[in-house]
Design a protein around this ligand. Structure first.
Ligand code: E4P
Length: 217
């Protein structure tokens, strides 16, 4: 399973990358706004930190303009993955961009049929937003399971990128279902390591070690 971080915060990305935890990055217009930076500059900096795909989103809603924006974004770095919305124009752009060998992440997926269309459009990644589905009272993870079954049924190569992750439990469930990728905020990725028994156990080991009066090396 690949771990992407869902942020445009360069400092956070650098720290997580140094831990060896990152396979890629996802950004979106809201995250660029939050970063306070210019999209080209911030994205270029991120692409220089992480080797894997860095998703940068088009903001046009019509095919032609999406393609123009995709060209601009693609020139930022070789590891750019163009993010397009799950609309008919977005799917058409996905197919065209993919035919040039570039990576595409189809975003804002909320149904299995939408994911099926993205696979037909040869998307590299499909991004179902589990947290936003949970917010409506439905179960976002059910959608991940449905998409996994459909993609397996037809051996679609499109990777399921579980997005809008809010909890560590989302990560575990995505892994149990067999989603290829998760993208999570930095705090959620860091929280994966936490367990009270690990802290308690370490504390006891260190206390006993201090009593030995020894040093290693
Ligand atoms: C994914 O690519 C999106 O940027 C992201 O996961 C959306 O998450 P949110 O619902 O927390 O905004």
């Amino acid at each position: 399973m690949k771990f992407f971080v869902d942020t445009a915060d360069v400092k956070e990305i650098r720290e997580l990358n140094d831990l060896g935890l990152l396979d890629g990055v996802t950004t979106n217009p809201s995250l660029i706004l939050k970063s306070g930076g210019n999209i080209a500059e911030v994205t270029r900096e991120i692409c220089g930190i992480v080797e894997g795909p860095v998703s940068a989103e088009v903001v046009a809603t019509e095919y032609k303009e999406m393609m123009r924006e995709a060209d601009v974004l693609s020139k930022i770095a070789d590891n750019i993955c163009i993010k397009v919305p799950l609309t008919l124009d977005g799917l058409k752009a996905c197919k065209s961009i993919r035919s040039t060998g570039r990576l595409v992440n189809v975003t804002l997926c909320f149904s299995a049929n939408q994911a099926l269309l993205a696979a037909k459009a040869d998307a590299t990644f499909i991004s179902p937003f589990v947290g936003r589905i949970d917010d409506t009272g439905s179960d976002g993870m059910e959608l991940i399971a449905e998409i996994k079954q459909i993609y397996d049924n037809y051996s679609f190569p499109t990777e399921i990128l579980t997005a809008s992750i809010r909890t560590v439990n989302h990560v575990k469930q995505a892994a149990l279902i067999g989603a290829h990728v998760i993208t999570a905020p930095p705090a959620t990725l860091r929280a994966l390591v936490k367990h009270p028994l690990t802290d308690k156990g370490l504390e006891a080991f260190l206390a006993d070690w201090a009593k030995t009066g020894q040093k290693i090396g």
